[in-house]
Design a protein around this ligand. Structure first.
Ligand code: IPE
Ligand code: IPE
Ligand code: MG
Length: 240
């Protein structure tokens, strides 16, 4: 770890919107898929760096429910990358004592990808280090809609009393059940929006946006975000 993080509070949960793969490739005159490939390498490195820093949860947005709108060629290339990196990720997770979890609706993926995801979760579930969460076919509105459907069914079955629904109960029906809310959100490549990411969970998260394109993201960029986070005064609606 760089000297700069001495005496700094390391956020327990960091959420990442890894954006800018396409722009990174375009600047080099390469096809967009090359940007995604390089982006996967950066994800691998980031998992190792974050685990070493002592971050407990790292949640990255890998593929949104809206990303299916992209060309068949691009979506196909992203699926191939998933297949390849799921295998590599198992090795990296094992070597770094990292537990892997996926959020989002995995049912839309091909069977082998679903099996790969299940295997990755199963084979790393007893690791005790950082939890690495990957959001795939994830959309916050979709997640909330799925949660509301399940709550409605449980009400109908008599297992839940509608009058007694609490915020904690709603959170426990979300894909992120059992995880703390993110302390810090980092978005790369400059866009100032949430793009349907963790809308419920980000209610009081500190936001850091960098112009750095995702494939160029590195330890120094992560440290900059953590330094900025340490300068923030989190009030949660109260007065300090
Ligand atoms: C992020 O990079 C990766 C995914 C959304 C899958 P983009 O592909 O969105 O890159 P830009 O935003 O077009 O540069
Ligand atoms: C958000 O990036 C989704 C992921 C990083 C997976 P997008 O590139 O899809 O978001 P928009 O289109 O700029 O809002
Ligand atoms: Mg983008």
């Amino acid at each position: 770890m760089g000297q700069s993080l001495e005496n700094m509070t390391i956020p327990k949960h960091v959420a990442l919107i890894l954006d800018g793969n396409g722009r990174w490739a375009k600047r080099r005159g390469l096809p967009r898929t090359m940007g995604h490939k390089q982006g996967c390498v950066t994800v691998e490195k980031t998992v190792e760096i974050a685990a070493r820093m002592g971050i407990e949860y790292l949640t990255v947005y890998g593929f949104s429910t809206e990303n299916w709108k992209r060309s068949t060629e691009e979506v196909g290339a992203l699926m191939q990358l998933f297949r390849y990196y799921m295998v590599r990720l198992l090795k990296i997770a094992t070597a770094n004592n990292v537990r892997v979890k996926m959020i989002g609706d995995r049912r839309r993926f091909d069977r082998d990808i679903i099996e790969g995801i299940n295997r990755l979760e199963r084979d790393t579930k007893d690791n005790t280090g950082m939890t690495f969460v990957i959001a795939v076919n994830y959309g916050s509105r979709d997640e909330i809609t799925r949660a509301v459907k399940r709550i409605a069914l449980d009400c109908k079955d008599g297992n839940v009393d509608g009058e007694n629904i609490t915020e904690e109960m709603i959170a426990s029906y979300l894909d992120t059940a059992g995880m703390p809310d993110p302390d810090l959100l980092i978005r790369t490549s400059g866009e100032l929006r949430l793009s349907n990411y963790l809308l419920w969970q980000l209610a009081y998260t500190e936001i850091f946006v960098t112009d750095c394109l995702w494939p160029d993201f590195n330890q120094e960029e992560l440290e900059k975000a953590i330094l900025a986070y340490n300068k923030r005064e989190r009030r949660f609606g109260g007065v300090k």
